[in-house]
Design a protein around this ligand. Structure first.
Ligand code: ZN
Ligand code: ZN
Length: 299
C-alpha cells in the first residue's frame, strides 16, 4: 500500500523554516538575531539561506554557534544563475550545503548549479515560482530538484504571489515526482516571518537526520494547521488534523474529493476517481484560511 513517509516512518515532527535571509546578504538582521527569533518562536530548526552572490561574498553562513539544546540549524544558501525563460536570474534553494561550497562562475547555468548543490548533499527546492512567473519548462530543466515551494510567505506579504500550487500541479501531471514545501523567505524588513514552515518527521533534531528526512519526503508543509495522520487504504484516504473547515484530496487536473464543514478533525475520502490520475496530495484549510499540505503520494 502506498504511504506518505511523513506519517509512515518513525520519529517525531520537528518544526522548521528552511528559507531565510540575514544581513549577510539582503536581510535586515544578523544571523544570530534571526536564529534567536525563530528559536523564541518555538521552531526546532532553521536554515539560513543567504543569497550566494559575489556582491555578498558568496556567503554560506555558519549558524552552528547559535544552536542550543532544543534548536538546531542547517547550513545552506539561495543560489543564483542565469537565466529563466523570462530572462531573470534563477533562484534555487539549497538546504544542507558544506561551508566551503565553491562559488558559482558567471557562465554556470541554473541546471548545472542545482545539480552541483544536489551532488554536495543539499535538499534542493524551487522557490517562489509565482513571485517571478517561473514556467513549467523552467522547472523541468532542474530534474534533480526535490521540491517546489507551494507557499513563500514574503512573496505573499510583499507581492500577493506567494502561491506555487499551479507549478506543483503542472509538474505532477507531467509525471514528475516532486515534493512541495512552505517557507518564510523572511528578510525582516517587514512582517514577513512565521507564515510558512515544514514539519519534518525525523528520529532526532539534528542537521543530518533532518536533511535525510527532507530528501526522503518525510515532511509536510503548513501555515498553521496540523496534519496528524494520513492513511491510504484500497478505496479511501483518511486524514486526521487540527480543526479545519476543509479537508481535501487533490489529484490530476480537476480530480478532487473533499469534506467541507466546521471544526473538522477527521475525514475519510474515496480514492476511486483519484486513482485514475496516479497521485493524490492532501490540503486542509482552517477557519481563518490558513492551509497545510502533504507531499504527493503516488498510487
Ligand atoms: Zn529568492
Ligand atoms: Zn530568498
Amino acid at each position: 500500500m502506498p504511504f506518505d513517509p511523513a506519517f509512515g516512518s518513525p520519529g517525531s515532527f520537528f518544526k522548521g523554516n528552511i528559507h531565510t535571509h540575514s544581513n549577510r546578504s539582503d536581510g535586515a538582521l544578523t544571523p544570530e538575531e534571526v536564529c534567536r527569533r525563530y528559536r523564541e518562536a518555538g521552531y526546532d530548526f532553521l536554515a539560513l539561506t543567504d543569497h550566494f552572490l559575489p556582491k555578498f561574498g558568496f556567503p554560506i553562513v555558519d549558524t552552528e554557534p547559535f544552536r542550543t539544546a532544543g534548536f538546531t540549524t542547517i547550513l545552506g544558501a539561495e543560489v543564483h544563475a542565469p537565466k529563466t525563460a523570462l530572462g531573470e536570474v534563477w533562484h534555487i534553494l539549497a538546504v544542507g550545503l558544506p561551508a566551503d561550497f565553491p562559488p558559482t562562475s558567471p557562465d554556470e547555468s541554473g541546471a548545472a548549479l542545482a545539480q552541483r548543490c544536489v551532488d554536495a548533499g543539499a535538499f534542493v527546492a524551487i522557490p517562489h515560482p509565482g513571485w517571478y512567473a517561473l514556467t513549467a519548462d523552467d522547472a523541468a530543466t532542474l530534474p534533480t530538484a526535490h521540491a517546489v515551494e507551494i507557499y513563500n510567505h514574503t512573496s505573499h506579504v510583499r507581492t500577493d504571489r506567494g502561491d506555487g500550487a499551479y507549478l506543483v500541479d503542472q509538474m505532477l501531471v507531467a509525471g514528475r515526482k516532486i515534493n512541495l514545501c512552505a517557507t518564510d523567505d523572511a528578510h525582516f524588513h517587514c512582517d514577513d516571518a512565521f507564515g510558512g514552515f515544514v514539519m519534518v518527521k525525523a528520529v532526532a533534531n539534528t542537521p543530518y537526520e533532518l536533511l535525510a528526512a527532507l530528501k526522503a519526503g518525510a515532511f509536510y508543509s503548513s501555515q498553521g494547521p496540523t496534519i496528524e495522520q494520513v492513511t491510504i487504504a484500497d478505496d479511501t484516504v483518511e486524514i486526521v488534523c487540527s480543526p479545519c473547515q476543509a479537508i481535501m484530496a487533490l489529484g490530476r487536473g480537476s480530480l478532487a474529493e473533499q469534506q467541507i464543514g466546521t471544526g473538522l478533525t477527521r475525514a475519510q475520502l474515496p480514492l476511486g476517481k483519484l486513482r485514475r490520475g496516479g497521485f493524490i496530495r492532501i490540503a486542509i484549510a482552517d477557519a481563518t484560511g490558513r492551509r497545510a499540505w502533504t507531499n504527493p503520494v503516488w498510487l
